[in-house]
Design a protein around this ligand. Structure first.
Ligand code: AMP
Length: 440
């Protein structure tokens, strides 16, 4: 056993801070998060999606196979560690792989109709932290798994995300104007994409000396990602590269054309962006991204696309899939930038009591109001009314219920509307009804 001297060394006070890139979401901001998550649940339910709760960590191999070993996410950003039995475990960098794993593990393909699942929660990537980019960040995402790859499914998924974003308070914009913007692309299928990638690689090899080291490396590992480059010096080269739209097979071209018709039918504005390739290996055909204003460099709030081969790749039956992941942190930032970050204050009533007999009545009043659904703050130390009412104002309570000797003796309560100081004294047993009426 450690002696007292040893123990003294470890019990010395020390302050801690959250690890870089990781943060708390304290109130009142957490109220905005709850509001956004509740809107997501409501909207997703109207489109027939059901919640799936997934593990935070999985076998590393799952992500290596699905997201792809040549991606930055798997190659350098995952938090991986050997478990005690030496299997490599990773904190999830995204959740589509887990949804697909769960779909296969639970034999969900036998369910009637398309399987529509959504999730929300933290993801982990060891990226360079900056505004809108964290090492623990949050996503709200959904997947449709089934037998059809009809572009109407893609359009419905996109419509659903846009409805959600708009209901949160971000207006839709047109490309180049304020509001969020939808970009779409098709990145082909296993028939046409490899041929295009080879063409692209050849063109990149020719232009190699005009590219920076990251892009040079990607010529071999993942040439599509070069199209994502934001480096000013590379833009001219990229503009001259072959474009996938000119190399799609007949089926992919038709699918992309129909997707655009399906979006127009839903009156959804979009812009085709041939450089939108996204950083994960499993995507094919439809890819899309939604950007929001006011976020600086990290302006993508949502990314998604089709991944028809993924279920098979992970050992399941042939299945089509499409989904999206929306960055909750960034949506919240965009809402705050747009002045839509306020969340209604939660405190309805502050119970200000004074005098030896008032506390038991205050306890009873608080319980009655809470049972009726009001949020109530009940102080337990006696204080002067002036101080109690000052606190009620600082806590932004909508009402103060005042209980002094007079009220207790008469079986009444005094209700003070904090906004304008208007007071009324009413019987205690009429309080719930009174507050329901005036605050409704
Ligand atoms: P991805 O899973 O890479 O397709 O990303 C989907 C969305 O998640 C992006 O559009 C971002 O909104 C969000 N996101 C991705 N990485 C981060 C991060 N490191 N910090 C905050 N949000 C992120």
């Amino acid at each position: 056993m450690a002696n007292d001297k040893d123990r003294g060394a470890v019990t010395e006070a020390r302050k801690f801070q959250a690890v870089p890139g990781v943060r708390d979401i304290p109130p009142p901001e957490s109220a905005l998060w709850n509001r956004v998550e509740q809107i997501a649940r409501d909207v997703l339910a109207t489109y027939g999606f059901e919640d799936i709760r997934l593990p935070i960590f999985e076998q590393t191999e799952l992500f290596a196979r699905s997201v792809g070993t040549s991606t930055d996410i798997v190659g350098k950003e995952m938090y991986s560690f050997p478990d005690r039995d030496e299997t490599s475990i990773s904190l999830r960098p995204e959740a589509t792989a887990s949804v697909v794993r769960a779909y296969i593990e639970h034999g969900m393909h036998t369910r009637p109709g398309d399987v529509k699942l959504y999730y929300m929660g933290p993801m982990f990537r060891r990226e360079r932290p900056q505004k809108g980019r964290y090492r623990q960040f949050y996503q709200i995402g959904a997947e449709v798994l089934g037998q059809s790859d009809h572009p109407g499914i893609d359009a419905d998924v996109i419509e659903m995300v846009l409805v959600f974003i708009e209901r949160c308070g971000l207006p839709a914009g047109r490309p180049g104007s304020p509001g969020h913007t939808l970009y779409i692309n098709s990145i082909g299928c296993k028939e046409c994409r490899p041929k295009y990638v080879e063409l692209l690689r050849a063109a990149l090899v020719n232009a190699k000396d005009k590219l920076g080291p990251d892009s040079q490396r990607r010529i071999e590992t993942n040439p599509l990602r070069v199209l994502d480059s934001k480096l000013e010096a590379e833009q001219a080269v990229i503009e001259d590269l072959p474009r996938i739209a000119d190399h799609l097979c007949e089926a992919c071209r038709e699918h992309f054309k129909m997707l655009q018709a399906m979006l127009s039918m839903r009156k959804i504005a979009y812009e085709v962006n041939w450089r939108l390739v996204r950083g994960l290996d499993y995507y094919m055909r439809t890819t899309f991204e939604i950007t929001a204003p006011g976020l600086g460099a990290q302006n993508a709030v949502c990314g998604g696309g089709r991944y028809d081969g993924l279920v098979e790749l992970l050992g399941g039956p042939p299945t089509k899939g499409i989904g999206f992941a929306l960055g909750t942190d960034r949506l919240i930032l965009a809402l705050q930038e747009a002045g839509k970050g306020g969340a209604a204050k939660a405190l309805d009533v502050y119970v200000a009591w004074m005098g030896p007999n008032a506390y038991p009545v205050a306890v009873r009043v608080a319980r009655t109001l809470r049972d009726a659904g009001f949020s109530v703050e009940l102080p337990h130390e006696e204080m002067k009314f002036k101080k109690a009412l000052g606190l009620a104002a600082r806590l932004e309570a909508r009402y103060a219920v005042i209980l002094g000797d007079n009220e207790v003796a008469a079986g009444t309560v005094t209700v003070k509307r904090m906004a304008d100081g208007k007071q009324e004294t009413i019987p205690e047993n009429a309080l719930t009804q009174h507050l329901t009426r005036v605050s409704g």
